[in-house]
Design a protein around this ligand. Structure first.
Ligand code: IPE
Ligand code: IPE
Ligand code: MG
Length: 253
């Protein structure tokens, strides 16, 4: 039987001058991956950490400046307690384990979300790794933890209102840059490429403001099966798109 050969994107095929400055990933499908194999969900999450490592290393190697990973949403608190506890434990052990990889690859760790709601053990490990990688400058890896975009926007509105009330900012001066400065993502550029694995085609409360003009890429691959190759495929697809930002095609070329 004739099977068409699918040409895989080689790292050399990627245009290094047209790399996304900021890639964000909704790492989805751990539970289904485990279920397909007759395993418990926790094993899916465990295997997901391998994809995290591979993706982080691949992005750093390529020269991606910012990678943001959706690891735990505000809505994920509603999962069974056992699963939440497993995820929090996995986070602590991964942070402990990966600090070496981050240092070796000159990667700076950062976190966004309503971090005070995380267990103290997670917060401690997180702040240790953030502190010890703060001078690294090859790539910024941001973990979205207890993150919800609506919560972030709500928090932004509250912070700005307090400043208006205290005459630190005047209402007339509120512009997009003021809003950016008050978001959890304050130092990050807008997302260029948003990847979601597992076949779901939704945003699930992730970076609503920051993805205003991102290119969206959905793949059926479940997160624990996601490899460098899939990342290259996504970037290759991104590089084929024409980003017009409201202009005409003629204006762009
Ligand atoms: C993503 O995988 C990990 C988190 C949301 C923490 P899921 O756990 O959502 O896996 P599915 O979607 O049930 O397959
Ligand atoms: C989004 O995945 C959150 C993370 C990947 C951390 P979910 O699995 O929680 O999203 P829904 O429930 O399918 O929208
Ligand atoms: Mg899911």
């Amino acid at each position: 039987m004739f099977l068409p050969t699918i040409k895989k994107v080689d790292i050399k095929d990627l245009n290094t001058k047209k790399l996304p400055k900021h890639i964000a990933i909704i790492m989805d499908g751990n539970g289904r991956w485990a279920k397909q194999k007759g395993l418990i969900r926790a094993i899916g999450h465990q295997n997901g950490t391998k994809s995290v490592r591979e993706t982080v290393e691949a992005c750093a190697e390529l020269g991606i400046e910012n990678l943001t990973l959706y690891a735990f949403s505000t809505e994920n608190w509603n999962r069974p307690k056992l699963e939440v506890d497993t995820l929090m434990k996995l986070l602590v052990s991964s942070l402990k384990k990966e600090i070496k990889t981050l240092q070796e690859n000159n990667i700076k760790l950062s976190a966004i979300g309503n971090l005070k709601t995380l267990p103290s053990k997670v917060n401690k490990e997180l702040s240790d790794v953030i502190k010890s990688t703060e001078n690294n400058n090859r790539m910024t890896l941001t973990l979205a933890l207890s993150y919800g975009s609506r919560e972030e926007l709500l928090n932004t509105v509250k912070e700005i209102s307090i400043k208006v009330k205290n005459n630190i900012i005047s209402t007339e001066n509120i512009d997009e840059s003021i809003i950016n400065e008050h978001l959890y993502t304050q130092n990050l550029p807008d997302v260029d490429l948003l990847i979601r694995t597992s076949g779901e085609q939704r945003i699930s409360n992730f970076l609503l403001w920051q993805i205003a003009y991102a290119e969206l890429y959905f793949t059926k691959i479940l997160w624990p099966d996601f490899t460098k190759q899939h990342l290259y495929d996504a970037i290759s697809e991104y590089q084929k798109r024409e980003r017009r930002f409201g202009k005409t095609s003629e204006q762009i070329s």
